[in-house]
Design a protein around this ligand. Structure first.
Ligand SMILES: *Cc1c(COP(=O)(O)O)cnc(C)c1O
Ligand code: SF4
Length: 335
């Protein structure tokens, strides 16, 4: 048995890896051995929402394949510049639900804190690609207004750290936030929504593991993987270390055209998740955010995929197909 609290293979290097993410489309295309003919479109679409992808994630892409499911999630395409009717800037009504700057209290019992606007990777389909993080970012005053609201609202028993990506924050800042949250007696659970264990597994370092094992709150982490090819040894080690600290691991996926829109892709994803101790949680229909129309898979096609998965997988490996509808009291079940 390896000691899960032992330093990661590259001690204290996650911040460097984060800083060295690929942001130049020419570099990305070169690394995956694709021609410069895709460069102009990538530059144009990247001006709206910048390219950003850690090198370790790029290394998991197939070379010379423009349809690679990992590449498609991060490479800006001309398709993004096409105006599609019905695709808007704030498709899930986040701005209306903001009780306090950065705190979204839409559903009973749980509230979501936007801890930072930053992410390690820029997913082209992201519903927050136009989110005004500058105005909504509560981090400047150490989340004080949000903490006050949580303390005054005893019905909230679970706090969800989201973003952006909360694990982009340093362990020191996370530690301070956790201490403040632990001081609120009615909070029972700490949920972290993060793509970092998948896109930058070195982030799961010894001091993060210590924070999660020491907290009195029950820790849940919802990772975000969309395809089986996103898993490698380092990802597996990070997930095993989290589990060893008693963190419940769940996964959310976005159903994406050209990435995971087949029963094979979704079935393989569920299998590899469970191989790594993670249960599939939500399969989200795409939020209709401007610039992401080319990723859409219609609801009835999603439903048919779920029906097929039910014939191939144990029930606990079939994710819940949902859509977020502004104003509803929870995620809307589709199938
Ligand atoms: C998705 C979401 C949650 C979590 O919903 P669960 O069904 O508990 O996973 C909570 N708050 C907000 C604002 C959300 O968008
Ligand atoms: S990591 Fe999450 S919040 Fe960040 S761009 Fe991707 S989907 Fe959006």
């Amino acid at each position: 048995m390896t000691n899960p609290l032992a330093p990661a293979r590259h001690p204290a290097s996650w911040q460097q890896e984060l800083a060295e993410a690929v942001t130049d489309p020419a570099e990305l295309l070169r690394r995956v051995a694709l021609p410069d003919t895709m460069l102009e479109a990538a530059r144009a679409a990247g001006r709206q929402f910048r390219l950003r992808v850690p090198q370790g994630y790029v290394a998991r892409m197939r070379r010379g394949d423009p349809t690679d499911p990992l590449l498609r999630q991060v490479l800006p395409l001309a398709d993004e510049l096409v105006d599609v009717p019905g695709y808007v800037h704030d498709p899930v009504g986040d701005l209306d639900a903001m009780t306090t700057p950065g705190l979204l209290h839409k559903y009973r019992g749980r509230a979501l804190l936007v801890t930072t606007g930053a992410c390690a990777v820029h997913c082209r389909y992201c519903f927050r690609r136009h989110f005004p993080y500058g105005e909504a970012n509560p981090a400047r005053e150490d989340w004080q207004a949000a903490i006050d609201h949580l303390r005054d609202t005893p019905s909230i028993t679970e706090i969800i750290l989201s973003g952006g990506d909360p694990l982009v924050l340093s362990n020191e800042r996370l530690g301070r936030l956790l201490s403040a949250l632990e001081g609120i007696g009615h909070l029972k659970r700490l949920r972290i929504h993060s793509r970092l264990p998948v896109v930058l597994p070195a982030r799961v370092d010894a001091s993060l593991l210590r924070l999660l094992s020491d907290t009195r709150l029950q820790p849940v982490m919802v990772i975000h993987a969309n395809h089986a090819n996103e898993f490698d040894t380092a990802v597996g080690q990070a997930l095993a270390a989290l589990r060893a600290q008693g963190v419940t691991l769940l996964n959310q996926t976005v159903l994406l055209r050209g990435v995971n829109d087949t029963a094979e892709a979704l079935g393989d994803l569920s299998e590899i998740l469970f191989d790594n101790g993670v249960l599939p949680y939500y399969l989200h229909l795409l939020d209709r955010v401007a610039g992401a129309g080319h990723f859409d898979v219609p609801a009835r096609e999603g439903q048919a995929l779920i029906e097929t998965l039910r014939t191939r997988l144990p029930g606990y490996l079939v994710p819940r197909l949902v859509r977020e509808i502004a104003g509803e009291p929870g995620k809307h079940p589709i199938a």
